[in-house]
Design a binder for this molecule. Structure first.
Ligand code: CP3
Length: 348
């Protein structure tokens, strides 16, 4: 499909663009009243994500409001553990839970490695969305990093300390590596399936990479994201950009830039000029406005956007984004302001 707006893809290839492209992590979701309407109709989250027509509708909702330069397929990172048989559901006010979490290392050997066809609803949502977008902007596919999925599967949800998942790394490293390898293998299949269904680029969300020490990060997170980057290349999809986003892992930006990925997500705790030095211009950078800036007065947002653009310098290879996702209590009007500010301040 010929793209009418390919700024995001050109920036990922570090080509010069007439302005900086912008999209926002978790740009579809509860801060939009039109999302809450469809969400209520669906009843539960998995019905929404699992029904291609509804997933397509909420994927496009933010683009109807704001002139964003990319769409991201509406789904969740926990679809893979669900396809492995863990039984994902969302508990009101508590977040994700599994009917069958991993409580015993003996379960790990029995876990299947799902194929893309086992997640056919995601493939169908992507092909329908690409068709509906009709070349308006690229569609981004995504998955969770093996380490981030591992934490949810072992903790049975979110965690502040990662006590169970880290204890397993140290007490049962073999079983931990077996699970991480299975997750990496299924993620390769999943992301290739998304590319074949029409995704123009894929992003790996390593939301909890920053919970690990730099040494443990290399052993338990980076290594498996490397397996994903290599797996996609080895299957002949090396031209499709892969973006890695390890939140809180700025210490490891150099190592991340050496994986052969095309872009890196950057959180807001580092300036982009420093991130550029650490990555040596080998990859595009995506970020990195503090999402909480959206709670600030309008003129503050405008200046903060300009600061992020300035800290990258006026050079190719920047995709504007938040340093993490949108929150349900954020105001859509502030997003409109942000997107407008990016366009105004980055016009070349
Ligand atoms: C850690 C993580 C998850 N899911 C995701 C991550 C990585 C990104 C990050 O670090 O924020 C990724 C994700 N989840 C969702 C998207 C949609 C695409 C987008 O617009 O960016 C993406 C990219 C939709 C969603 N995924 C979820 C929602 C909210 C569910 C709802 O509408 O009820 C959305 C819009 C559910 C979800 N899924 C997860 C959590 C913690 C929650 C929130 C639970 C809650 O607060 O009730 C796991």
């Amino acid at each position: 499909m010929e793209l009418k707006n390919d700024l995001y893809l050109r920036a990922l290839r570090r080509e010069a663009t007439e302005r900086t492209p912008v999209w926002l992590m978790r740009q579809a979701g509860r801060y939009l009243p039109e999302y809450r309407k469809v969400r209520a109709k669906a009843g539960d989250f998995m019905t929404l994500a699992g029904t291609p027509e509804m997933a397509c509708e909420v994927t496009i909702q933010p683009l109807e409001r704001f002139p964003l330069d990319a769409a991201i397929i509406f789904s969740d990172i926990l679809t893979i553990p669900d396809a492995m048989g863990l039984g994902l559901h969302f508990v009101q006010g508590e977040g994700p839970r599994f009917a069958e979490p991993i409580t015993d290392v003996a379960q790990i050997g029995q876990l299947p490695i799902p194929d893309a066809e086992d997640l056919q609803y995601v493939m169908d949502a992507i092909s329908l969305t690409v068709k509906t977008l009709n070349g308006r902007v690229p569609l981004i596919g995504f998955a969770g990093s093996p380490w981030t999925l591992f934490t949810y599967m072992i903790e049975n949800g979110g965690s502040k300390t990662f006590a169970k998942s880290k204890a397993m790394l140290y007490k049962n490293p073999e079983a931990a590596h077996q699970l991480l390898d299975k997750l990496a293998q299924s993620t390769v299949k999943y992301l290739i399936g998304q590319i074949q269904s029409g995704a123009s680029a894929v992003q790996v969300f390593d939301s909890w990479g920053g919970a690990l020490s730099p040494a443990d990060f290399k052993t338990f997170s980076l290594r498996y994201m490397q397996q994903i980057v290599d797996g996609i290349k080895d299957a002949g999809y090396g031209d499709t950009p892969v973006v890695l986003f390890s939140k809180g892992a700025n210490q490891s930006l150099t190592a991340l830039s050496e994986t052969g990925c095309h872009g890196l997500g950057v959180d807001w705790t580092i300036n982009l000029d420093d991130a550029l030095k650490l990555t040596g211009g080998q990859v595009a950078l995506q970020g990195n406005l503090d999402p909480a800036t959206l709670y600030a007065p309008d003129d503050h947002i405008d200046q903060a956007v300009k600061q992020v653009l300035d800290s990258y310098g006026n050079q190719p290879g920047h995709i504007f984004n938040l340093g993490h996702g949108m929150q349900p209590d954020m105001e859509p009007e502030k997003v409109a302001l942000l997107v407008d500010a990016v366009k105004r301040h980055s016009q070349r």
